[in-house]
Design a protein around this ligand. Structure first.
Ligand SMILES: NC(=O)C1=CN([C@@H]2O[C@H](COP(=O)(O)OP(=O)(O)OC[C@H]3O[C@@H](n4cnc5c(N)ncnc54)[C@H](O)[C@@H]3O)[C@@H](O)[C@H]2O)C=CC1
Ligand SMILES: O=C(O)[C@@H]1CCC=N1
Length: 272
């Protein structure tokens, strides 16, 4: 069955759930009438219903029963009670996709009925603008069709790659959390230009476009980031002065440690 004719339901319509819903609607892969969301917080649901026309309910069971594909987008800390509550409505006909940080596939497979098909995904908030970076790992009962379905959904909202489950915590620390490591970079670079006298709006536009352009060059040229950096640093020029300041501040170790710490926290969330 093509994805267009399948019903996708979200359990949890917070930041990431609603980012994915917006991204999926924007991509046009599923019609609003085939999308549903449940949450305990009604204002989020009302907003999604009025903005996008998707089906909503404060009862998870209603959305679970109406969906062929169920995306679990609640916090890892809430998951146990949500799985307990959903169990009677899950069977092997439904595909479960969970985006919860850290939680292993085995947790769902043990908590839900025997044979439940589960795919674990770690997307990121850039799904909102169709630029998510997602890692995908299928569980033991997921079919190759299920993996294809997950890749189709998450490729529609950005770039998606299959990774072994052992790397999902690293994906979480890198691309799951990563946008929050880059937003302060954009803000701080803009602050520098504001200090030099530029208006805030222009500074933010130029800073964000600079990050976008650098990312696009890394993706599209296939050149090593070091080589790309060398293309900008004219001898005795401006850039190498800035590069030295960043190296003195330990920027590389800071970013590596941020990814490592976030990955470690993901592992912790999975252990409980
Ligand atoms: N925020 C992000 O950038 C990313 C988040 N994630 C994962 O997505 C999941 C959700 O994270 P966020 O959206 O950031 O959190 P959030 O707190 O914004 O959203 C969670 C939503 O679940 C709802 N909720 C709580 N208990 C519920 C229940 N019993 N039934 C139904 N809904 C319930 C809350 O009202 C809230 O709207 C987490 O597991 C997180 O690890 C994954 C990738 C990126
Ligand atoms: O901060 C978190 O735990 C979630 C997972 C990845 C991004 N946000």
């Amino acid at each position: 069955m093509t994805i267009q004719n399948r019903k996708i339901g979200f359990i949890g319509a917070g930041k990431m759930g609603s980012a994915l819903i917006h991204g999926i609607i924007k991509a046009g892969i599923v019609k609003p009438e085939n999308l549903g969301a449940s949450d305990i917080y009604e204002p989020f649901l009302n907003e999604l219903n009025s903005q996008l026309g998707i089906n909503v309910s404060t009862d998870n069971a209603v959305i679970a029963q109406a969906s062929d594909i169920l995306v679990l987008a609640v916090k890892p800390q809430t998951l146990d009670s949500v799985l307990e509550n959903l169990k009677p409505y899950i069977n092997a006909d439904k595909l479960i996709i969970s985006i919860a940080a850290g939680v292993p596939l085995a947790t769902y497979e043990n908590a839900l009925p025997e044979g439940t098909r589960v795919v674990r995904v770690m997307p990121n908030i850039a799904a909102t603008v169709s630029e998510a970076a997602s890692g995908i790992s299928p569980g033991k009962n997921a079919t190759s069709e299920d993996l294809k379905t997950a890749l189709e959904i998450f490729s529609a909202v950005g770039t998606a790659v299959q990774v072994p489950e052992s790397l999902m915590d690293a994906v979480t620390g890198l691309s799951g959390s990563g946008p929050a490591f880059i937003f302060p970079v954009i803000e701080a670079m803009a602050d520098g230009a504001v200090l030099e006298g530029m208006d805030r709006k222009s500074a933010l536009t130029l800073a964000a476009q600079t990050v976008l352009g650098a990312a696009k060059m890394a993706l599209e040229t296939g050149l090593h980031p070091g080589e790309l950096k060398d293309m900008v640093t004219s001898p005795a020029g401006t850039t190498i002065q800035g590069v030295r300041v960043l190296e003195e501040a330990g920027i590389r170790a800071a970013f590596m440690n941020a990814v490592i710490k976030a990955s470690e926290r993901s592992k912790e969330l999975g252990k409980k």
